[in-house]
Design a protein around this ligand. Structure first.
Ligand code: IPD
Ligand code: CA
Ligand code: CA
Length: 255
């Protein structure tokens, strides 16, 4: 049972982590390459993940932790699991593009029950608890009801994988004609939040990891939107999969 007090503590922890991102010493971000194409990590990704792991352990000791920088192996077999991306939008962070976030999702027996996404650059905290609606800071948010042709589509390029047959750039070309315009922002969790608060009507990406979607997907659903894999099957937060999210003016048949 996730109480209001627990949610507040997690929100505050996300804000503290975000401040660490904002306060980064830009002269020395400690850049290192990871596995995959153009996949980098900085010392801030690691430090923020450690801060979150410690903080979340204090808040909910029984929960397991599945974070991008420390995960090795499969999704933990535990009733509660925190699914964490310390910096979603690492390339943006490296380039100082000022569009990255801290993302904390929580699952209970495999079901996504809470999502918290904090963008420190805009001081925007998106959050939702299953069954209780979605919020941006204090205000309730809802997805857009606009149809695709009056919508904006945001998409991710799954940049770390070179083996994706159905690439989002082909889809983006297609949607460019069906929507007002398309955008590539550089943070999947923030893309989901853009759909949740109605700034974008559609998000799609051919492959993302659990920590890229665990938090934002709950926020979209609680804001009245839909999140699925590209083939229409349910999102699987325990492993990498494709993802699309859309507002209430769009139906799966029209995508
Ligand atoms: C990435 C971002 C990006 C998305 C990639 C993700 P990272 O996460 O969310 O927008 O296109 O698929 O891996 O590496 O910045 O945490
Ligand atoms: Ca990420
Ligand atoms: Ca990350």
């Amino acid at each position: 049972m996730i109480t209001k007090e627990i949610t507040e503590k997690i929100k505050n922890l996300a804000i503290t982590a975000g401040k660490q991102m904002l306060g980064a010493d830009r002269r020395e971000i400690g850049l290192n390459a990871k596995e995959g194409h153009a996949n980098f990590v900085t010392k801030y990704d690691k430090a923020i993940e450690e801060l979150l792991q410690r903080g979340l352990k204090e808040i909910l000791p029984e929960a397991a932790f599945f974070g991008e920088e420390s995960a090795n192996g499969s999704f933990p077999d535990s009733a509660y699991v925190f699914v964490v991306d310390p910096i979603d939008g690492t390339t943006n962070f490296i380039k100082d593009l000022k569009w990255s976030c801290v993302a904390i999702g929580l699952t209970e027996n495999g079901e996504r029950i809470l999502g918290i996404v904090y963008n420190p650059y805009a001081d925007e905290l998106f959050w939702a608890v299953r069954g209780e609606g979605a919020y941006l800071n204090q205000a309730r948010i809802r997805v857009s009801a606009e149809p695709l042709e009056r919508g904006v589509a945001v998409f991710g390029t799954a940049p770390y994988y070179e083996d994706i047959p159905d690439h989002s750039l082909d889809k983006a070309r297609e949607y460019l004609e069906k929507c007002i315009d398309v955008r590539r922002t550089g943070s999947a969790e923030l893309d989901l939040c853009l759909v949740a608060c109605g700034r974008a009507e559609l998000y799609f990406e051919p492959r993302i990891q659990p920590w890229d979607m665990a938090a934002g997907s709950v926020i979209v659903e609680e804001a009245g939107g839909t999140v699925k894999q590209w083939d229409g099957s349910p999102l699987d937060v325990t492993k990498a999969c494709s993802c699309m999210a859309y507002g209430s003016g769009i139906t799966l048949e029209r995508l």
